[in-house]
Write a protein that binds this ligand. Structure first.
Ligand code: DGL
Length: 272
């Protein structure tokens, strides 16, 4: 099947988290059009079953394929851990695919050999052990220490990203013994860049906080360039946002990230 370089990039997440990655993609690749899908009707995904996350992901990919997306970016660690292989098989040669875990793992190999690294993420991401399996397979002496932080996504989606409750919740999680003595911390959830300041403050800026946004945007650029799919036309880029259920938090964040009037539509994943 012929994929056209003018076609948009499809990006999806359970809600607003993937906007952090979408923003990095559009900053790096300003000629690209994007179609963003936030599954606000089912957020948070992090405590859903693997089967449920796979079903949401496939349904969203169907919708993004209908929009002729040339590349689909799973802008969510939870879906990357639960559904990447399935989505890859499902897409076949209809669209390119990028997730948010493999680019981080490649980055770890380059920069963090022989270090003790922390990881925070949703229950699904942490219990899948996917980061540990992929990092252990690199065989570069990285020791990974993980903690699931399931309260953070609901706080962010409910509009409490900038609040005392979030600050205290972060303090409790990051004080757990498993995260003692780490030299860097992976934000294993695309919502967490929205609360990065509290995390940096907790560590008093003494350790590196690894957030996927720019790293993943470069992977998207590399893959599009490899397949000769970068949009060279500077005149025609668009951004469209879909949510499965309207939330004010989503609209506010989309406006904030893209500082322009945004086109937001409601698109229920299933007719009820
Ligand atoms: N942004 C998603 C991630 O990276 C959040 C998942 C959730 O909705 O719990 O894992």
């Amino acid at each position: 099947m012929k994929i056209n370089s003018h076609n948009p990039i499809g990006i999806f997440d359970s809600g607003i988290g993937g906007l952090t990655v979408a923003n990095a993609v559009t900053r790096l690749l300003p000629n690209e059009s994007i179609v963003y899908f936030g599954d606000t009707a089912h957020t948070p995904w992090g405590d859903k079953s693997t089967a449920a996350i796979q079903a949401y992901s496939i349904r969203i990919c169907d919708m993004l394929l209908q929009q002729n997306c040339k590349l689909i970016l799973i802008a969510c660690n939870t879906a990357s851990s639960a559904a990447y292989e399935l989505v890859k098989e499902y897409l076949g040669n209809r669209a390119q695919l990028v997730d948010v875990i493999d680019p981080i793992v490649a980055h770890m190999r380059e920069h963090y050999a022989d270090k003790v690294i922390g990881l925070i993420g949703t229950k699904q991401t942490i219990s899948s052990n996917i980061y540990k399996k992929k990092i252990d397979a690199l065989n570069v002496g990285i020791q990974l220490q993980s903690v699931a932080t399931p309260l953070l996504v609901p706080l962010i989606e409910e509009g409490f990203a900038d609040s005392k409750i979030t600050e205290e919740t972060i303090r409790q999680y990051l004080s757990l013994p498993n995260l003692n003595n780490i030299e860097a911390l992976i934000l294993g959830c695309t919502h967490y860049p929205l609360i990065k300041n509290y995390i940096l403050n907790f560590y008093q800026h003494k350790i590196t906080i690894i957030d996927a946004c720019e790293i993943v945007a470069h992977s998207v650029q590399g893959l599009l360039s490899f397949h000769n799919l970068l949009n060279r036309d500077t005149s025609s880029h668009k951004k469209i946002f879909y949510v499965s259920d309207y939330t004010a938090t989503f609209e506010e964040h989309a406006k904030f990230f893209f500082s322009e009037a945004i086109h937001l539509e409601q698109y229920p994943l299933w007719d009820t």
